[in-house]
Design a protein around this ligand. Structure first.
Ligand code: ARG
Length: 767
């Protein structure tokens, strides 16, 4: 039965005590006070803006770290104990595993600090402060400044400003652009290079549901792991693990909320979202949809199948390739979901309509002529980008999807040194390769890689326009009758890059002639030089045009929609997003509850499917309902929950924090219905998937027997979380419809009564 949608919506909205709107936005913490505080308080925030971000006093930001440049973690004890996701710690967990002591499979908790495991190369960055340096970067630059000059000037200033902020190497600092180069910010961090693995659940818990459940709700994954940050005796960072280092004492660690969550609770996520492209023009979306994503999916699918077949045959290889496999599979599924979502949600059409409206707006006023070149220039630039796009995709995901080609690429600096003949440079380049080579071969199978080489290079040869192909393919056609697998045979039988012993022998006595005669190195050289000479210059020229056009496009959009506060696209800088615990309607007649429990683990359990195996001990504990202090009010063990926070990759491991600043969970994924979220935000569908902190602690204490780690944390129960309540959390559907018709201002008065102000918007139909 159909009802008049917005009329019903209006009625419901008037009846509801409060409206929660799911807001798009990964906000810069330094602007919380100005832009978001009032809205956050309406949703249930009890903290002040200074308690969230303050450069002079300890604030929440001091408890949040960027882990390894790719994830987020948070301090949960005064001894530097850090929580993050299992999939963020995955590589470290795998690296510390051997077939004899397989902690990836079995899980691991350090009984004492001496048992914690080192992770060379892993670091955390803790934000000291950030600063708006837009004025400094753009000083003297005008609309008339030639683009190349603008770029060079800004890049130089970025470098100098960052350099000065490092204070002689004390800090890590960089300037990042926001809003397509309309704004610039300086970020200053302390980098701690001694990060030790403290604990992780068995993979069957930490990756429960595997790739089948990945990017989907409902979820039952214990996606967490624990590390500890170490510092020197003065609590200062060290570059790596150092003798005499002690646990770092953070300025702030998060207390843990034991009371549990309800729908409508306020939730904020603090972390380091990696990349969104919400200002990507329609032409860019179209290219992603019909060319880039299909290519990536095809190439990854091919690689994953080859890896999986070999992993299934050989448990040692399965351990070696576990982390690589998980990484490639994660975004393989992402690209599939993104395309499915773009088709379903008509993302390109929506963007096209926005651009038509923008073009009209620009044409309406001579003062807006400064923007007139933007949209046509974008169209033009994308024609070139499209022409060379497959080449870029196949180099990245095809040639460089082959491990031996990436190893060959690493030989480049040594080749350069050998050419120069400079002995010092040669020995430096040789030394720099020792560790990476060791790491590389620890997890390498040449026979597996040979199959990948044959398959991916073959696709490259088939799919990329003939005029853009590297000459190695002409050789394949001439010498091997076009058979890439014959070529692969030859490469892998004759290259010294297939074995650690041979590579080490080469490094002991490096020679340019030997390197340049190597068939794997030759293949790489052919792909690389073709790309650098024939593809990159064209793409870069188009990109330079795009940079200017995008900057104008974003500026025009922001001016046109001046009533809307935009947040900048994610770019691996620290952000805060806020929202509420909230269920959603996935599709017609399907409503997803906001939380999952251990009951669902039993429902999903399947001893015949490796992705859904439940460890015997966990099974027994769940069946006995042995949940201890972590049980929910109804006696169930909470496992996961969803919020409408705006997050993306890089946020993984981020703390989900209630209105009082207490930890309620860890963000670890997004949902299938909103896989387009990085390109276009849909408030109705987008959810952030979190593991409930009580499940994390249950896994550590009950399942892992590591109560000493829980004892390090600050557990507290201050009663129900502040929030807007369940009914309001879901009033958004109505709100979204409403906003098209009229703007509503809803204010809650003391005592819970509601005062509603209505303001007719210009373009509203008469009501
Ligand atoms: N999709 C998650 C993210 O990108 C990663 C989940 C890891 N789990 C897995 N089964 N691969 O943050």
């Amino acid at each position: 039965m159909r009802t008049n949608h917005w009329a019903k919506a209006l009625l419901l909205t008037l009846l509801l005590p409060f409206t929660a709107s799911a807001d798009e936005g990964m906000w810069l913490p330094m602007f919380i006070k100005r832009l978001n505080q009032a809205d956050m308080q309406k949703k249930g925030l009890k903290l002040t803006a200074e308690e969230i971000y303050d450069v002079n006093n300890a604030s929440l930001k001091d408890a949040v770290v960027q882990l390894g440049g790719f994830c987020t973690g948070e301090f949960v004890s005064s001894q530097g104990l850090l929580l993050t996701n299992h999939h963020c710690g995955y590589d470290a967990i795998q690296s510390n595993s051997t077939p004899q002591d397989n902690i990836l499979q079995n899980g691991f908790y350090a009984a004492t600090k001496a048992d914690e495991k080192k992770n060379p190369g892993l670091f955390v960055d803790i934000l000291v402060r950030m600063e708006d340096v837009t004025g400094k970067m753009l000083e003297g630059i005008t609309a008339a400044t030639p683009e190349a000059e603008r770029m060079a000037t800004i890049q130089k200033r970025q470098r100098e400003t960052a350099e000065a902020a490092k204070e002689n190497g004390q800090y890590v600092a960089y300037v990042r652009d926001m809003f397509g180069g309309n704004e610039y910010y300086l970020f200053i961090y302390q980098r701690f290079g001694d990060v030790r693995l403290v604990g992780a659940p068995p993979e069957a818990v930490g990756k429960f549901g595997g790739d089948t459940d990945n990017w989907m709700w409902p979820r039952h994954t214990g996606d967490f792991s624990m590390f500890r940050v170490y510092a020197d005796k003065n609590n200062k960072p060290t570059a790596g693990t150092q003798e005499g280092n002690v646990p770092y004492v953070p300025k702030k660690h998060l207390p843990v909320a034991m009371q549990g969550i309800q729908e409508g609770d306020f939730a904020m996520v603090f972390g380091f979202p990696g990349r969104t492209q919400r200002f990507l023009p329609a032409a860019g979306l179209q290219l992603t949809l019909d060319e880039s994503n299909p290519a990536r999916i095809k190439l990854r699918d091919t690689r994953l199948k080859i890896w999986k077949a070999d992993m299934d045959k050989n448990p040692d290889l399965r351990l070696q390739y576990a982390s690589k496999y998980a990484n490639i599979a994660n975004y393989w599924k992402y690209f599939i979901g993104q395309n499915e979502g773009m088709n379903r949600l008509k993302t390109v059409d929506t963007k096209k309509a926005e651009e038509v409206a923008l073009a009209q707006w620009i044409a309406q006023d001579p003062a807006r002529q400064q923007y007139a070149e933007a949209l046509p220039a974008i169209e033009e630039a994308y024609k070139t980008v499209r022409q060379y796009n497959l080449s870029s995709q196949y180099v990245n995901e095809g040639a460089f999807g082959t491990e031996i080609v990436t190893l060959a690429a690493r030989m480049m600096p040594l080749a350069g040194a050998l050419k120069s003949g400079d002995k010092g440079a040669i020995s430096k380049a040789t030394e720099a390769l020792r560790e990476p080579v060791k790491d590389y071969f620890k997890d390498y199978s040449a026979p597996t890689d040979q199959k990948v080489f044959a398959a991916l290079m073959n696709l490259y040869m088939q799919d990329v326009p003939a005029a853009q192909q590297p000459d190695v393919f002409a050789t394949v056609k001439k010498q091997y009758g076009g058979s890439m697998s014959k070529c692969a045979d030859y490469v892998f039988s004759n290259s010294f890059l297939t074995s650690e012993a041979k590579v080490n022998a080469f490094l002991a006595n490096p020679s340019l002639a030997k390197l340049e005669a190597d068939p794997a190195y030759k293949t790489y050289q052919s792909v690389y030089s073709n790309y650098v000479q024939n593809i990159a210059p064209k793409v870069q020229a188009a990109q330079a045009g795009l940079a200017r056009a995008n900057r104008l496009y974003v500026a025009a959009l922001r001016e046109k929609n001046s009533q809307k506060v935009y947040s900048p696209d994610a770019n691996s800088t620290i952000r805060l997003s806020y929202g509420t615990v909230r269920s959603y309607n996935g599709r017609d007649a399907v409503n997803y509850n906001y939380k999952t429990t251990a009951q669902g683990i039993l429902e999903k359990e399947d001893p015949t499917n490796p992705e859904f195996v439940v460890p015997a001990k966990e099974l027994a504990l769940i069946k006995a309902k042995d949940f201890g202090r972590y049980a929910d009010k109804d006696g169930n063990l909470p496992v996961g929950f969803i919020t409408d926070n705006d997050i993306t990759g890089g946020n993984s491991g981020s703390p989900v924090i209630n209105g009082r600043g207490e930890l309620i969970g860890l963000a670890f994924d997004g949902n299938w219905e909103a896989m387009t979220g990085d390109l276009a935000y849909d408030p109705e569908l987008k959810r952030c998937i979190n593991v409930d902190i009580r499940y994390v602690l249950w896994c550590v204490e009950k399942l892992g027997g590591a109560k000493h780690l829980v004892d390090e944390m600050t557990l507290q129960n201050n009663g129900p979380n502040p929030g807007v309540g369940a009914a309001s959390a879901n009033s958004d559907t109505m709100n979204a419809d409403m906003s098209d018709v009229e703007k509503m201002k809803v204010k809650t008065e003391k005592g819970g009564k509601t005062k509603i102000k209505r303001k007719k918007s210009k373009d509203s139909a008469a009501l």
